[in-house]
Design a protein around this ligand. Structure first.
Ligand SMILES: [Zn+2]
Length: 247
């Protein structure tokens, strides 16, 4: 009998440990979004979207992206890797001079879960300083490598002055795995909505497909009446829309 009781107690303990705490607030996307600590998209009342490019500056692909954006009079946000800015400061400078926004994507592109809090702060600072030296610009937003986020990294970045910017769940072009130009175009264009953040890469070996896809996507967006703006502009428009709604 005693053995059965002990077994029951052990079972309850094991089960009890796996049951989530009742009433605990889940720190998911919506929790961080509500607080303004992180953004996946922005509620706006205009036909605008934010194109974002990760992992540059790249000497081959970034200039091609810049040329295309300029040709269609559009702007984007580039999440730069600090050590690449050190290698290619002129490309970072050109990116900013054309009216694009520069974001912080860490110095080494290490996974943030493998960094201590102080290492993450150091990576943010080093990247900020490298970008400022090259361009004179401040970085205002942080995108963690591979889009990984958890409570610790979001709070660390936010307290350090960096809201986190991810991307719309249906706007990951997956261009980094070279899915084919047609698939990149289809992924982006079939789900586009005002306020979306679209994820591209200009600093991977597969960015050639990104360039070909942009040649189709940019005129298609224009045809549908969309304007591509930076994350800062999007944030401003989103706040203005919220204020107008409360009046
Ligand atoms: Zn990246």
């Amino acid at each position: 009998m005693q053995r059965v009781f002990l077994l029951m107690t052990a079972l309850l303990l094991v089960c009890g440990l796996s049951i989530p705490e009742v009433g605990a607030k889940k720190k998911d996307r919506f929790y961080f979004e509500r607080l303004g600590y992180a953004h996946w998209e922005f509620p706006v009342d205009k036909k605008v979207i934010a194109l974002t490019f990760d992992d540059g500056p790249d000497p081959i692909y970034t200039p091609q992206v810049l040329e295309l954006l300029s040709a269609y009079h559009q702007h984007a946000t580039f999440f730069l890797i600090g050590r690449k800015v050190k290698q290619y400061p002129q490309i970072a400078r050109d990116t900013a001079l054309l009216g694009n926004e520069l974001g912080n994507h860490t110095y080494t592109h290490r996974h943030v879960a493998r960094m201590t809090e102080s290492e993450l702060i150091q990576e943010l600072n080093e990247t900020h300083d490298e970008i400022q030296r090259a361009t004179g610009e401040d970085t205002k937003y942080f995108r963690p490598p591979r889009g990984f986020y958890d409570e610790r990294s979001v709070l660390t970045a936010y307290r350090h002055g960096y809201p986190v910017v991810l991307w719309s769940w249906d706007e990951d072009s997956r261009d980094w795995e070279a899915p084919g130009v047609h698939n990149i175009v289809k992924t982006v264009m079939s789900h586009i909505d005002p306020g979306d953040i679209v994820l591209f890469h200009d600093g991977t070996g597969n960015s050639k497909q990104t360039i070909s896809a942009l040649k189709i996507i940019l005129p298609a967006l224009q045809e549908r009446g969309y304007q591509c703006i930076t994350i800062s502009e999007m944030s401003r428009l989103s706040r203005a829309a919220a204020n107008a709604a409360h009046k």
